[in-house]
Write a protein that binds this ligand. Structure first.
Ligand SMILES: Nc1ncnc2c1ncn2[C@@H]1O[C@H](COP(=O)(O)OP(=O)(O)OP(=O)(O)O)[C@@H](O)[C@H]1O
Ligand SMILES: O=P(O)(O)OC[C@@]1(O)O[C@H](CO)[C@@H](O)[C@@H]1O
Length: 321
């Protein structure tokens, strides 16, 4: 099975581990690490990990824009994990993403920078490069924010183009802000959507405080063509809603190192499960185990196979109505 992940706005994530840090004070940092990241890059890395561990035949490509000035960390990741690099290089440097992790407060604070300005010509070149490739895939994952210069309806347009004729790849989208708002207003939704609760509330312009509100909102998206809506709730787990039902996962307790990429691990779990023909409940169990495993490490990385498989039965599933 072939999967292409698309990251228009990747990030070089600088994770600073700062127990008890205080804003406005001098904080001495015992440890920091830089990882090639961005949502689609993380999904590709996690899918490649899973393929290597499980023997599920997945061939993973990653594309989008990369700043030519600091591409080496990304290139090293792609080499290490056997990911085909189909990124378009543009002048400048891929943005930094600053993540401050405080194990004492169990918190992760994100600073996501805007990214490199993209011109209309660069966008056309990248889309031209990826559109043929996308049609040859079993799944295409469009993930993350859009960099400056890219119109907010880009994902909506890409989904409409790739879904034409109904025989295209499985399309999964994980985005936020204006890109999610535009996508949710489009005529055609992708088969798989994974917003977190805050992203969905912001895109719909209303709060979703109860389970009933959340299931209703997910079902509105099903009515417009989505097949699986995964609504993630941070440490409270996630709902997966499909036409035949809904299931809630409660994650296992793990020693959290950094929650960065938890949602990307969930997307990787859902996409791999769907390609392997798992039913929605089994897919959500896998996705929640991937997320729990990923947050025990820095960067987009699954734990070793035995540890990952041991997390699966620890995911509690509850049927929704
Ligand atoms: N503190 C935690 N403990 C256990 N599991 C967690 C925790 N935080 C997140 N998860 C798991 O990860 C999944 C996705 O988390 P979340 O809702 O925060 O996604 P997200 O906001 O898209 O993440 P990100 O943008 O950082 O990748 C959750 O459904 C849950 O299973
Ligand atoms: O600005 P976006 O694209 O929404 O999010 C970017 C980002 O926070 O997402 C990943 C975690 O999901 C990180 O690797 C990266 O820094």
């Amino acid at each position: 099975m072939k999967v292409l992940t698309v990251t228009l706005n990747p990030a070089l994530d600088l994770t600073v581990q700062a127990p008890g840090w205080q804003p406005g004070a001098v904080n001495v940092v015992p440890r920091a690490q830089t990882d090639a990241g961005g949502k689609g890059v993380n999904v590709a890395a996690l899918l490649a990990d899973w393929a290597a561990q499980s023997g599920e035949a997945l061939s993973v490509s990653a594309g989008g824009f990369l700043g030519a000035g600091n591409a080496s960390a990304f290139e090293a990741l792609f080499r290490e994990r056997g990911i085909a690099d189909v990124f378009t290089r543009i002048p400048g440097e891929t943005r930094l993403g600053v993540k401050i992790v405080d194990p004492q407060a169990s918190s992760t604070t994100d600073f996501n920078l805007p990214g490199v300005q993209v011109s209309a010509a660069q966008l056309e070149e990248m889309l031209g490069h990826l559109s043929g490739l996308a049609r040859q895939q079993d799944a295409v994952v469009l993930a993350g924010s859009l960099p400056p210069g890219v119109p907010p309806d880009l994902y909506a347009r890409a989904v409409a183009a790739l879904a034409q004729g109904g025989s295209g790849p499985l399309l999964a989208v994980d985005t936020s802000g204006p890109a999610l708002r535009e996508l949710l207003q489009a005529e055609r939704l992708p088969q798989l959507l994974k917003p977190n609760i805050h992203e969905l509330e912001a895109a719909l312009g209303r709060l979703l405080p109860s389970d009933a509100d959340r299931l209703d909102a997910a079902r509105e998206l099903l009515a417009r063509g989505a097949e699986w809506v995964a609504l993630s709730l941070g440490e409270e787990g996630a709902w997966l809603v499909w036409e035949g039902g809904a299931v809630r996962a409660l994650p296992p307790r793990v020693d959290v190192v950094s929650t960065v990429g938890a949602g990307d691990a969930m997307v990787a779990g859902l996409v791999s499960a769907r390609l392997a023909g798992l039913d929605p409940a089994a897919a959500l169990r896998r996705a929640t185990a991937f997320a729990a495993g990923n947050i025990t490490r820095l960067g987009a990385k699954l734990p070793p196979y035995d540890e990952l498989m041991a997390l699966h039965p620890q995911v509690r599933l509850q049927k929704g109505c």
